[in-house]
Design a protein around this ligand. Structure first.
Ligand code: ADP
Ligand code: ASP
Ligand code: MG
Length: 450
């Protein structure tokens, strides 16, 4: 068995879905389980529609829902066999209208937003399954929500692995064993009582990995719009090159620090069984893509000590100056307890003689965090920052790298620099507006082009 996940651009229109069908036809002997994202851009549009609630602009909300439906109608019309799928989608769009209208004079709760947003994957999977069936593939549409049981942290829910492992085996495996092709949704789940949840943006990759681990598949294929994991985001560095292979650790570091190509948690469920992830281009399925697996990758890109560069914007730096406390034990625990209490992830940390600087992405609890940190010392924040990460096992054996980095990124200012014990990454903070240029200059320094 394999899991084949198709991202938004790989199901964006009728042509993309036709390509998906041919890709799956070539995989039939391997018993594919199909996971799909919403059509490209639809999750953003659903979120926009949800955000309009409370603004009391009924006609605008109405237009948004209509536009969403029309986009699916166009795809449905262009693909034979989709008429009853479209009937279901229309009914659900009516229900969606009622949900949004019922709340248009107030802000929606996180649970209501997840219910709205989950439509993207439900609708795309209905179209894909119907088009596959018409093309002669024995597709079985499966609602993932009763399988992907999660906690109730709407917008970033955590799946209960043991429950989902059992349910995936009980419900998906028999279909595949019977020669059918299950088609299900990425990104969404539901609480034990059936309330819809989502796993966080880009979460379809994570769904694919969770199902892959549950079913003990041979590999998890991630079909997207580029040839694989590259030396940098090709939208920033057009000359970026594709890596033939990467380790789970490298992929996780790159994803954590902004490489949108993979959800940061994707490798996690697959590590124990050593199941490979293969990133492939649905527009060029003959390309080899990138295979991500357990082996550390010793092949350098040319003679570069690093293998890829990523960056993440929208970062806030929090600084704490606590001259008397810093050397005492218990201080760091107290510091991290603040972030734990406010459920806020810290990405990069650097400590000096009298102060500590750390970065956060989620600013929702910044006010209360600052108030609590104020008990520990003087606190100030810097906004509009970006984290740049350079990743590769070669970092371990290359002294003097920090100097090379500083030189390459000049005249941009490097504010915090940090290298973890695993030593496969080096991260630093720059001003957001400098981010893309810094990535390009580093690419020129380490890969000879930009
Ligand atoms: P999908 O909709 O298929 O999930 P995403 O848009 O989430 O696709 O991810 C693919 C995009 O990730 C690419 O189009 C590319 O711009 C971006 N990306 C960022 N960093 C990298 C990288 N290191 N290698 C390849 N692509 C990257
Ligand atoms: N459709 C969701 C998103 O846009 C999940 C995904 O594509 O992985 O975030
Ligand atoms: Mg994605």
């Amino acid at each position: 068995m394999i899991v084949a996940k198709f991202g938004g651009t790989s199901v964006e229109d009728a042509d993309a879905i036709r390509r998906l069908i041919e890709i799956l036809r070539s995989r039939l002997p391997e018993q594919p389980v199909v996971v799909v994202s919403a059509l490209a851009g639809i999750t953003d549009e659903l979120l926009d529609a949800a955000q309009q609630c409370g603004a009391e602009d009924g006609p605008a909300i109405e237009r948004s829902v209509e536009a969403l439906l029309q986009r699916h109608e166009r795809v449905g019309r262009a693909l034979p066999g989709c008429s009853s799928a479209m009937e279901r989608i229309r009914e659900d769009a009516e229900q969606l209208r009622r949900e949004i209208n019922g709340a248009r004079d107030r802000r929606l709760s996180p649970a209501e937003i997840d219910s709205i947003v989950s439509r993207g994957e439900i609708w795309s999977s209905r179209l894909v399954a119907a088009a596959m069936a018409h093309a002669g593939l024995d597709a079985a549409w499966v609602d993932i929500r009763p399988i992907m049981v999660t906690d109730g942290r709407f917008g970033r829910a955590t799946p209960y692995t043991q429950v989902l492992n059992k349910r995936a085996r009980d419900q998906l495996k028999p279909l595949a064993d019977a020669g059918r092709v299950p088609v299900t949704q990425g990104f969404i789940g539901a609480t034990a009582t059936g309330v819809p949840t989502t796993l966080g943006r880009g979460g379809s990759d994570f769904t694919a990995a969770l199902l892959g681990a549950a079913l003990g598949v041979h590999r998890v294929e991630i079909w997207t719009d580029v040839n694989g994991l590259m030396t940098a985001d090709p939208r920033i560095v057009p000359s970026a090159r594709t890596l033939a292979a990467a380790s789970y650790d490298e992929a996780a570091e790159l994803a954590t620090f902004g490489a949108r190509i993979l959800h940061p948690a994707t490798a996690l469920p697959l590590v124990r069984a050593g199941i490979p992830i293969v990133i492939l281009n649905s527009r060029q399925p003959e390309q080899h893509g990138t295979t991500i697996g357990p082996q550390p990758q010793l092949d350098r890109m040319g003679d570069s000590p690093i293998r890829s560069i990523s960056w993440k914007q929208g970062i806030t730096v929090v600084n704490i100056r606590a001259p008397r406390m810093l050397g005492t034990y218990g201080f760091l625990r107290a510091l991290f307890e603040v972030f734990e209490r406010h459920e806020t992830v810290v990405d990069v940390l650097a400590s000096g003689e009298v102060s500590i600087s750390l970065t956060i992405e989620d600013r929702a609890r910044l006010g209360p965090i600052m108030k609590d940190l104020g008990q520990l010392g003087e606190v100030w924040v810097e906004e509009g920052r970006a984290i740049v990460a350079i990743v590769g096992i070669g970092l371990k054996h290359t002294p003097g790298l920090a100097g090379r980095v500083f030189n390459a990124v000049w005249p941009a200012n490097v504010e915090i620099i940090s290298q973890g014990a695993s030593a496969i990454n080096m991260t630093f903070v720059v001003r957001e507006e400098d981010g893309p240029d810094v990535v390009r200059r580093l690419h020129l320094e380490f890969f000879g082009s930009c």
